[in-house]
Design a protein. Structure first.
Length: 462
């Protein structure tokens, strides 16, 4: 039980109106996009600090009071990582919202952790740059949150995950130490590269307060096509050719299996660019810097692939509106489970060359145990990342069996139970499916070294 004195001390640190307790805590701080705090449980307080110094003081206080601290970004996570623990202090980062600097020579942007991703993208765009990370939750997720989860999204193939877009970091450690490592250089091998400890650590090793982000030149040409394939092996061959022919300009390669396309067209009302007659569909996009020649190059590449019968059918977007319509199909996945009952979603990865057989295997294992499930399968193929959406599971008891099937198959194919969403609370039982005991022991060693009292997001990841 938190004493009134601790709450009063928190109020002195961040200001009275930036601490809320009990029923005054907004519901948005009790649930992320995947799960809510169980009914009847509550955090001791929600604290909204303004800067690293205040966060440092909050952590020192919580450490001496033995209180768990749960960092919160935009609460769009899909693993329960930011969901408060009972009796904990939730630390919301939304007030750290300043863009501090754009350095055009270094091509970097220095920002505070609570800036929404979409604002970072817009500010970069206004300055003539691209901030390359992009995902569906862009309007709500924070730049600190996407760092803490090492988010991926639609352009990983070209620009990498968040880990590849961070050059410098500032974090507050569990004991309140502020580590400022706002490096702007591409090269810096002066000892360990500490930022990588915190990127993807889901708020368990430190609270991210500031970042130096890597910017890219703004693309001057974009070419997009929607393709249908007679068999999955052709998709893999097409990916190989796209990598060879389009090189570094290949930005997106999104694959959708037939059930995805059927629902997008028949239920989500999207306009079909192709008849629903294919074994697989791909949305491919190139981003280049030569607006005169790139469209021709892309058209020639597509024509050759059609002539060679690698692609069964394809439509190249002739306008920004048509490009938007293609993306509208891919983005329909966020609507699939609405109003369907209890959904289950999986974000796994396996080596790219195994994806076709992995998908067949998962579908067969699911069909054998639950003939009516009809899984919806799609993903970022070039990253080995497959999403399996089940729109309606029979009941909560079936969830465990379904998870065992999907994660069990992932383990058997040497894959990862979390491609990009993190482990949080929801995938905790399955961490050992993708990590060896030695890997998990080393993770624990790091956790103990940085947070010996286990106050930072305890019980998340492992
Ligand atoms: C519609 C939709 C689409 C999505 N698409 C993708 C996608 O394509 N790719 C992808 O990777 N993810 C995707 N996600 C998942 C989600 O957007 C990401 O995980 C995102 O990175 C979470 O950011 P957030 O600010 O909302 O973090 P939160 O949900 O608030 O927190 C996530 C984790 O990070 C920790 N954390 C947050 N801020 C900090 C900080 N400053 N310091 C330390 N720890 C912190 C929290 O404790 C928690 O463990 C999607 C989610 C939705 C709802």
């Amino acid at each position: 039980v938190t004493s009134n004195e601790t709450i009063a001390a928190l109020r002195r640190i961040v200001g009275d109106r930036h601490v809320t307790t009990g029923a005054d805590i907004a519901p948005g701080h009790l649930a992320d996009a995947r799960m809510a705090m169980p009914e009847g449980e509550a955090p001791a307080a929600l604290v909204c600090p303004a800067n690293a110094a205040e966060i440092s003081a909050v952590l020192k206080l919580c450490r001496s009071a033995g209180l768990a601290v749960v960092p919160q970004g935009g609460m769009t996570g899909l693993a329960g990582g930011a969901v408060p623990l009972p009796g904990s202090v939730a630390v919301a980062l939304g007030r750290l919202s300043r863009i501090e600097e754009i350095d055009t020579a270094a091509a970097t942007m220095t920002v505070e952790a609570g800036v929404p991703l979409e604002i970072v993208q817009r500010v970069a765009d206004d300055a003539g740059f691209l901030f390359a990370l992009d995902l569906g939750a862009r309007g709500s997720c924070h730049i600190g949150g996407v760092t803490a989860t090492n988010a991926g999204g639609n352009r990983v193939l070209r620009f990498g995950m968040m880990r590849d877009l961070v050059l410098g970091i500032e974090v507050v450690l569990a004991d309140g130490t502020i580590v400022t490592s706002l490096n702007k250089m591409m090269k810096n091998n002066a000892g360990y590269d500490l930022k990588h400890l915190f990127i993807g650590s889901e708020g368990t090793l430190g609270i991210v307060t500031r970042l130096v982000l890597r910017l890219h030149p703004k693309p001057r040409s974009v070419a997009t096509a929607f393709c249908g394939f007679a068999k999955f092996d052709d998709v893999l061959a097409f990916l190989g050719r796209a990598r060879a022919e389009l090189g570094g300009t290949l930005a997106t390669f999104e694959v959708m299996w037939p059930e995805f396309y059927r629902i997008a067209i028949e239920e989500a009302g999207r306009r079909p660019p192709l008849p629903p007659a294919f074994a697989c569909y791909v949305l491919i996009e190139m981003m280049g810097t030569d607006s005169a020649r790139d469209p021709e190059k892309f058209a020639a590449f597509m024509e050759q692939s059609l002539d060679d019968r690698l692609i069964a059918d394809a439509v190249v977007a002739g306008s920004e509106v048509q490009r938007g319509a293609f993306w509208h199909i891919r983005d329909a996945s966020s609507e699939f489970s609405r109003g369907q009952g209890i959904p289950a979603g999986f974000d796994v990865s396996v080596p790219v060359g195994d994806i076709g057989r992995f998908v067949e295997d998962v579908a067969a294992r699911l069909a054998a145990a639950f003939p009516d499930l009809r899984p919806v399968i799609f993903g970022h193929l070039a990253d080995g990342n497959i999403h399996v959406e089940i729109r309606r599971i029979p009941d909560e008891r079936a969830r465990h069996d379904i998870e065992e099937i999907v994660y069990g198959a992932t383990r058997d194919w040497g894959g990862s139970v979390s491609a990009e969403h993190g482990i949080g609370l929801v995938k905790k039982p399955y961490l050992a499916y993708s990590r060896t005991p030695e890997e998990i022991a080393l993770m624990r060693t790091l956790k103990t070294a940085l947070d010996p009292d286990n106050i930072l997001n305890p019980g998340k990841i492992f």
